[in-house]
Design a protein around this ligand. Structure first.
Ligand SMILES: Nc1ncnc2c1ncn2[C@@H]1O[C@H](COP(=O)(O)OP(=O)(O)OP(=O)(O)O)[C@@H](O)[C@H]1O
Ligand SMILES: [Mg+2]
Length: 500
């Protein structure tokens, strides 16, 4: 259905793709894996006409694309869900779904026709979004689902997805993977970039591995397992993922204490405390209130009721994230593109922007100092390439994530709230981020860790607190918690019914 033939691409001195050829067949789900920066996104963007290769070409059903433009690819039936969200925040769900179909497509179709088609799409896919909701107000998970629906409404013959499950909880991720299988069953060619090897192994027919811009292998999924894929991705065998935890601090100062905190319908009487040096993991489904609580903790949202003492702030919490930052309470937000990084600035500048007093404290003479600090963080967090001068926009998604975490650790916080800190990060880099968080805790920082990956929560946390529908429903010791019991609590089901 789609053939990538001898494609090469350089950005300046960086050889991003080197003579890559790949075949995508009708009816298959083809997974593409590789470390951060391996060139996966660049490759799929080339396939979708978004990036022009220096050499090689893309053929759809044997015919070369007329030009390297999204329009040409789309005309040939190729749709892509990119790694970053592209929907228009100020428009409704319905408008966004039909947006790419031409100017004012909703207007042209007529609202009732558009609504009917949207409803049909929801029925067919099993994903239900409120058509009238303004996209800005949707959760990240819903926005990711929206990106998929936007492509599907055009009934593509080739559907490419770049890390489509990265913002979804396990249940919705499974639902999406099932949908992809169904589409393949109808003859669509599906290509999917993913860092979740388990989902790759359970859902794909074929898996291709990219390493440093070269295709290392392309094989039926039955020929691979997690270890073989990792070996091919990183060129070395698997290491133990989680270092043994430092013991939880006993009697250390409580740096964060929430009691009976309420916020609208989403945070319902939550009590929680975190000591200096402690890592407290928050488990729960997407929308269970974890991110909303985090927003209250850093003053991004106000509480309606309750008492919130963070790092000595008054009983109502902080007035703003800025005030929280000044008191040493920082959050690595869920959505790096919108809240975290200034994409048009360099890595060094982004790191400096966060330090409490800012880069201007030192004046111009210290640009060099800034670079040096940045170089250290880039090394510690394994940002690739190791170039603090590079614009953040030109880093791969996973490497942006590493910069984001470094940025907040660089300002020496007392409390770190990390919301999905390893989303979209490869296995090696994930270990680097885990190490950074564990080191931060050992240095006495109180950490709140929100993650949709139970392995990560269990591997990192001293304590795990489970949220459901805005309430804390269970708490487990990080050393003895087990997966089934956490899932059961998150779903409000008996363990045997909560099968994931
Ligand atoms: N516009 C650009 N200008 C300069 N360099 C770029 C640009 N786009 C990508 N790169 C570089 O190309 C390399 C591959 O990036 P790409 O986004 O394809 O990686 P990836 O495999 O998708 O990684 P990730 O898993 O982190 O998303 C990276 O080193 C990145 O810094
Ligand atoms: Mg990518």
């Amino acid at each position: 259905m789609l053939e990538i033939s001898g494609v090469s691409k350089r950005y300046g001195p960086v050889n991003v793709l080197d003579d890559v050829s790949l075949t995508l067949r009708a009816g298959e789900v083809h997974a593409l894996v590789g470390e951060n920066g391996a060139g996966k996104s660049t490759l799929v963007r080339i396939a979708a006409g978004m990036v022009r290769p220096d050499r090689g070409q893309v053929l759809v059903e044997g015919r070369p694309l007329r030009s390297s433009t999204p329009r040409a690819a789309r005309a040939a039936g190729v749709e892509i869900v990119t790694q970053e969200l592209t929907s228009v925040p100020a428009r409704s769900v319905l408008e966004n779904v039909f947006l790419g179909m031409g100017v004012a497509a909703v207007g042209r179709l007529g609202r009732s026709e558009a609504s009917a088609r949207f409803r049909k799409l929801c029925d067919e896919t099993g994903f239900v979004l409120p058509p009238g909701a303004v996209v800005r107000e949707l959760s990240i998970a819903d926005r990711q689902v929206l990106e998929v629906l936007r492509c599907l409404v055009r009934e593509p013959r080739v559907l490419i997805l770049d890390e489509p499950t990265s913002s979804l909880d396990e249940q919705r991720a499974d639902q999406l993977l099932e949908l992809l299988r169904r589409l393949a069953g109808r003859g669509v060619a599906v290509a999917m970039v993913s860092h979740h090897l388990r989902e790759v192994l359970s859902s794909a027919d074929t898996v291709s591995v990219l390493r440093d811009g070269a295709l290392v292998s392309s094989a039926p999924v039955g020929a691979e397992d997690e270890a073989s894929l990792i070996q091919k991705m990183v060129g070395r065998p698997l290491r133990a993922m989680y270092a043994p935890k430092a013991p939880p601090p006993e009697g250390a100062e409580v740096v964060l204490e929430a009691s009976e905190v309420w916020r609208g319908n989403v945070v319902r009487g939550v009590s929680l405390s975190v000591r200096a040096g402690e890592i407290v993991g928050l488990a729960g489904l997407v929308g269970s209130g974890r991110s909303e609580l985090a927003r209250c903790l850093v003053g991004a949202d106000r509480l309606d009721r309750g008492v919130l003492r963070v790092a000595g702030a008054g009983a109502r919490g902080f007035r703003s994230p800025r005030a929280a930052g000044a008191a040493g309470v920082v959050m690595v937000p869920e959505d790096r593109k919108q809240q975290g990084l200034v994409l048009g600035r360099s890595v060094a500048e982004n790191l400096a922007l966060s330090t409490r007093k800012g880069p201007f404290r030192w004046g111009f003479a210290t640009k060099r100092r800034m670079r040096q600090d940045a170089a250290e963080w880039v090394e510690r967090s394994d940002v690739r390439p190791r170039d603090p001068g590079r614009l953040v926009r030109h880093l791969s998604g996973g490497n942006q994530q590493k910069v984001l975490l470094s940025k907040w650790l660089a300002c020496g916080p007392r409390v770190l709230i990390a919301d999905e800190p390893t989303r979209g990060v490869d296995v090696g880099a994930k270990a680097a981020i885990h190490r950074m968080i564990a080191d931060a805790a050992s240095a006495g920082i109180g950490v709140v860790l929100i993650s949709s990956e139970l392995e990560e929560l269990m591997g990192m946390s001293h304590r795990i607190v489970v949220f459901r529908k805005g309430e804390v429903v269970a708490e487990f010791d990080g050393g003895t918690a087990d997966r089934e019991r956490i899932i059961a609590a998150a779903f409000g089901a008996r363990p045997e019914r909560a099968s994931l």
